[in-house]
Each structure stands twice: as structure tokens, then as C-alpha cells.
Design a protein around this ligand. Structure first.
Ligand code: ADP
Ligand code: MG
Length: 599
């Protein structure tokens, strides 16, 4: 407030200022202009859309979008620049069933408020032989005339933010702005495989998609056929929602959810609910800090989708969002359950390697490496060792049902063991697979643990109870876990100050010869940071599976290796351990040939 004029007086802002303020909501950066223009072209029924960007100095110099859609009449071409001018809705009720991307009638007015726009358009209609050209700048129409041109619309935007220096200052580097434009276009291409998009930057073609009804073709065009090949189709039809698209195998992941692309009713949107549901559909197939790649398209009754939440319409509000999210998770989960998920060594493994700095910390059982063979002393098969392994194997064998599940695993024939860690096998189609023995056994045990619900049958009483004594803070953590532990088959009783008696343990652990295992499990329970995403029951199941499974470094006989591999046939998700790490890796003959440069 100004000191000379301490009492403010109210006045109405002039239209140009109002438009500039409104523009701030719709036109945040160059990518917003591209978005609005391309969405208009789609709404106009275009079959091909061309986007031309030119950079100048450190910024975006011009943006041009050319379509072969329905075009506009001369009168509409001028009216289109007026605020709240739209051909797409008439009244608010129409919003409940809007099928176009635009409906607010703000974009052209907002863009013209902060730039110079040259629009040429020719109506696609019998008898119309010429088009119209309208030039507008800073919210004013400067020129209108007839022009010869093909049917469709061509919008050229220059001098963006010339009259809003503050907004201009907020623009990031040229490449950052281009990256925003490209990432929007990737999404829109996926949402509209039926349209051919061509993107040109400084006269260089950056992207070209063919018209196709198959979204997989578009994915291959944008992300390459290596990735497209690795994807699994998703399809689920419920009365109120249809989910379709493609998701990555668990071996192909990213450190953030930015590659979970969500399209709702052909609108490319950002939805944390849907992308969260997609990740949830993977369950234990992914580590908690990794995200899948997914292209999901949802068709939802328009009445259930509110698109009028934000001027840029990037966000939508869903009624029945919980049911929709669980449909998405179910669709993803079902797709994963019906596919062979063994990663090959070609593209996916390379791209799934964690980005620097995100590598999972190796722990005692998982910090192995190919290059460190087991110390020679360990590799001797001791009698006691074989007995323990036998007992562990028998335990999981007894628990399996009679019939193997309809499995996605190929037929595997064991050919040996390496380093006391990996089982080598061949498949019926002549590939070599390497199996992580601890990880697969952990998976087998894990599924058995979660299949058993609470009750007597999951617990076995110890003849001599085992005593656990813990420091105060650990005892407090443990005390909280007692109900969840007893559900899992661990019955602990408080026995004096910070001491517990372990009376019963889960049946799946079999006849424990080594009580130290209980101590290790308690260690895991009290030391691991509980995270919101994984409940206690789940944590306990994972710990039981990890501690009860055959350890890495255990030398197994051929027969034991075969028994272990056989058990994989009873498992729903044989392809990752409960922490989401792979259990099996496949080398095809051509992978090996390539490694030996035989081709
Ligand atoms: P909205 O898309 O919300 O209706 P816009 O300001 O983006 O608002 O566009 C205003 C109107 O101009 C649209 O409703 C449409 O009738 C017309 N229009 C804009 N772009 C095109 C185009 N590329 N082809 C045909 N008509 C268009
Ligand atoms: Mg629009």
C-alpha cells in the first residue's frame, strides 16, 4: 500500500488485465500453449497434427500447431479469441457428459493475451473455398482477412509472455521447456493412437507416429521396440470402468512414477490415485522404492469424472475413486499373474539396473556377487548341512497342495549349482536360466505363510519355550507386535521385565534345530524401520520367509536343487522374492551368442 494514498479505493480491472491474470492459470509455460493448441486440434477431429517449435536464444521462439480438423467459419475465427467463447458446451449441465478436451473457452483468449497469435483456418464444408486469417496480440485483434489454404487450422504463437515479464522470467532453460513439451506430447500420442502426430523442433523431426488403433505401435514409436516387447497387456472390464493398456514386467522399473502414464476417457491426466494403484497391483513383485512403466487407459462413465477441477484440466476428480483404484490394481495384478515374468538379459536388465545412488543396500543374504565364489571350506557338503537343507525343503514341500498351479514357468531341468548360491537350469525351449536359490525358496515360503490364516493350524508349540530378552525400547516395539505375531503363528508371552517366552512358532518353520533363528527374526522385527506401506502382518511374513529359507552359500545336492525348482510350480509369483528382487534370470541362445560375438 502506498503511503501517500493510505485509503484504498475499489475499481474494476480492465478486460486486458483480467485476461492476463486468467492467462496465468492456463498458460503457465510454453508447454501449456502446445497442450491447449493440440487439444483444440483433437477436439476439431484432426487425423494428423503437426507441431513445429523454433527456439530463439535461450527460449522458445515460436510454436505452431497445424491440423486437418473441421476448421472455423470467418465469424467463429474471430469469436474464438473472446474470453469464454466455446463451441463445446452450452450450459453447466453439459459438463457432466463432456467428451471434448476443451470446454472453458479460455485457451485462445489467454494465449492471445500474452503473445502474438496468427490463426488461419478454413471450414471443412461444401462450398467453402477460402480460409480466414486473424492476427491478435496482447489481447487485441489486429487484422482479419481472407486467405487461400487447405481445410483445417493453423495457429502460430510468437513473442510468448512479451507483456508479462514476471512470467517470462520464470521460464527455465530452453531444454527444460522443450522437455515439458515432449513429455506432454508423449502422453497425448498415447491417449490418441488414432491420430498421426509429427513434432518438429528447429526443422528436425523429433517424433512421428502413424495412425494406428494399436497403442502398442505408438509405444514402440516413442519408447522403442525393446521396451514395447517387454510389456504385458492389461485388460479388465467392470460395469463402471474399463481398464486397458500395457505394463512392464517387474524387471523393468524406474525410480519414480513418472512413466506411469494415465489416460482417462482419452484425456492424458496426472493421477496419483491411479498411478499408486498401478504400483500396488505389483504387490511384492517390486521393491518399495521402484516403480513400473505403465500405459493405462481408463474408460469411466463421464458422470463419475469431474474434469473441471483445474484450468489446465491436467487433474481430474473421480467419484468412486476407491473402487476405480482397486479395479486398476486388480487389472495389473491379474495381468502379472498370467504372464511369464522371467527377465531376459537383453534390454530390460540393462535398463532395470538402479540409477546411481539408488542401489539397494546389500544385506547379509542378498549382498552376493557373481565374482565372489563361496570360500572353499563352505562348498564341502557337510552331513549336518544337507540335513538342515532337507528339513527346510521338506517343510515347504509338505505345505504345498497336491496339484501344481497352472504355471507360467517353462519346464526346467537342473544342470548344476554355482557358488552355493545359484542353481543353473535349462528350459524346454533351450534357454539357460540362473535361479537364486535363497530368493526362490523365500518366495515359496512367503506364499505359504500368507496363505495360512491365523489359528492353531499355523502354529506349533515348542517343547522348551525359548526366552527372548531385549533392551527396553526394543521390548516396547516387540510388545506392539504381539497380536500380529500371534496371527502369524508366533506365540510370545510377557515374562517379567522386557523378557518374553516364545511358546509357539509358525508351522512353516518346521522343527527348529537352531533356536538362534528366532533371535534373528526378533532382531529383524525390532530393527527394521516399519514403513507405512507395509503392514506388520506383511513384514512378519517377509521376515519368516527370509529367515526360514535356504541361505545363500548353502551347497545343495543335485537332488535338492531339483526339489527346490519343482516347488516353484506351486507358487503364484515365482519371478521375484518378497522384496521384489528377481529370482530367475534367463539367457537365450542368442544372448549367449551375442556375448561371445558369434553373430
Ligand atoms: P475451448 O477449447 O475450451 O472451447 P478455446 O479457447 O481453446 O476454448 O477455443 C475456443 C473455440 O475455438 C473452440 O471451442 C473451437 O470452437 C474453436 N477452435 C479453437 N481451435 C480450433 C481448431 N484447431 N479447429 C477448429 N476449431 C477450433
Ligand atoms: Mg481449447
Amino acid at each position: 500500500m502506498n503511503i501517500k494514498n493510505p485509503v484504498p479505493t475499489i475499481h474494476i480491472l480492465d478486460q486486458a488485465t483480467v485476461n492476463q491474470i486468467a492467462a496465468g492459470e492456463v498458460v503457465e509455460r510454453p508447454a501449456s500453449v502446445v497442450k491447449e493448441l493440440v487439444e483444440n486440434a483433437i477436439d476439431a477431429g484432426a487425423r494428423t497434427i503437426r507441431i513445429d517449435i523454433a527456439t530463439s536464444g535461450e527460449g522458445i521462439g515460436s510454436i505452431q500447431v497445424i491440423d486437418d480438423g473441421c476448421g472455423m467459419s470467418p465469424a467463429d475465427a474471430q469469436l474464438a479469441f473472446a474470453p469464454h467463447a466455446t463451441s463445446k458446451i452450452f450450459r453447466i449441465e453439459d459438463l457432466h457428459q463432456v467428451h471434448t478436451l476443451g470446454f472453458r473457452g479460455e485457451a485462445l483468449a489467454s494465449i492471445a493475451a500474452v503473445s502474438r497469435v496468427t490463426l488461419t483456418t478454413r471450414l471443412r464444408a461444401p462450398g467453402v473455398i477460402a480460409g480466414t486469417k486473424v492476427v491478435a496480440e496482447g489481447g487485441k485483434i489486429l487484422q482479419t482477412c481472407d486467405i487461400g489454404m487447405p481445410e483445417g487450422t493453423n495457429v502460430l504463437v510468437q513473442n510468448l509472455f512479451f507483456n508479462t515479464p514476471a512470467r517470462k522470467k520464470f521460464q527455465k532453460s530452453k531444454n527444460t521447456e522443450l522437455a515439458h513439451i515432449y513429455s506432454f506430447l508423449e502422453g497425448i500420442c498415447l491417449a490418441h493412437p488414432e491420430i498421426s502426430f509429427r513434432m518438429i523442433t528447429n526443422h528436425v523431426e523429433k517424433l512421428l507416429t502413424d495412425r494406428s488403433i494399436q497403442i502398442l505401435d505408438t509405444i514402440a514409436r516413442i519408447y522403442g521396440s525393446d521396451i514395447a516387447k517387454e510389456l504385458i497387456p492389461v485388460n479388465l472390464m467392470l460395469p463402471f470402468v474399463k481398464v486397458s493398456g500395457y505394463i512392464s514386467r517387474p524387471s523393468l522399473t524406474r525410480k519414480d512414477p513418472s512413466r506411469i502414464m494415465v489416460v482417462i476417457n482419452q484425456r492424458y491426466v496426472s493421477s496419483t490415485i491411479i498411478s499408486g494403484a498401478a504400483k500396488q497391483g505389483y504387490g511384492t513383485l517390486l521393491p518399495k522404492d521402484r516403480f513400473p512403466i505403465a500405459f493405462l487407459s481408463l474408460t469411466i462413465d463421464t458422470e463419475l469424472v469431474d474434469v473441471n477441477v483445474h484450468p489446465a484440466k491436467k487433474l481430474v476428480r473421480l467419484s468412486r475413486d476407491k473402487e476405480i483404484a482397486s479395479a486398476v490394481a486388480e487389472a495389473v495384478n491379474t495381468a502379472l499373474l498370467h504372464h511369464d515374468l522371467i527377465p531376459g538379459v537383453a534390454a530390460p536388465l540393462r535398463s532395470c539396473a538402479p540409477e546411481p545412488g539408488t542401489e539397494t543396500k546389500p544385506d547379509s543374504d542378498h549382498g552376493y556377487a557373481f565374482s565372489t565364489p563361496a570360500p572353499s571350506g563352505v562348498s564341502e557338503i557337510t552331513h549336518a548341512g544337507t540335513r538342515t537343507t532337507d528339513r527346510q525343503l521338506r517343510q515347504t514341500e509338505l505345505a504345498t497342495g497336491m496339484e501344481p498351479l497352472e504355471t507360467r514357468l517353462p519346464v526346467l531341468e537342473v544342470i548344476g549349482q554355482f557358488g552355493g548360491i545359484y542353481i543353473l537350469a535349462t528350459t524346454d525351449s533351450g534357454e539357460l536360466v540362473v535361479i537364486d536359490q535363497h530368493a526362490v525358496h523365500e518366495r515359496i515360503l512367503y506364499e505359504q505363510v500368507i496363505a495360512r490364516t491365523s489359528g492353531d493350524h499355523c502354529s506349533q508349540e515348542l517343547i522348551v519355550p525359548f526366552i527372548v530378552n531385549r533392551p527396553m525400547h526394543e521390548a516396547a516395539v516387540l510388545r506392539d507386535l504381539l497380536p500380529a505375531l500371534s496371527q502369524a503363528g508366533f506365540i510370545l508371552e510377557e515374562f517379567g521385565k522386557d523378557t518374553f517366552l516364545v511358546r509357539s512358532i509358525p508351522v512353516v518353520l518346521g522343527k527348529l534345530e537352531d533356536m538362534a533363528m528366532i533371535d534373528e527374526m526378533v532382531n529383524d522385527l525390532v530393527s527394521e524401520e516399519p514403513s507405512g506401506a507395509v503392514n506388520n502382518r506383511e513384514r512378519i511374513s517377509r521376515i519368516i520367509a527370509c529367515r526360514g529359507a535356504i541361505k545363500a552359500g548353502t551347497v545343495c545336492t543335485m537332488e535338492q536343487c531339483q526339489r527346490l525348482v519343482q516347488q516353484l510350480r506351486f507358487v503364484k509369483n515365482p519371478f521375484t522374492c518378497p522384496h521384489g528382487r528377481p529370482t530367475i534370470v534367463r539367457f537365450t541362445r542368442s544372448d549367449l551368442d551375442a556375448m561371445f560375438k558369434r553373430i
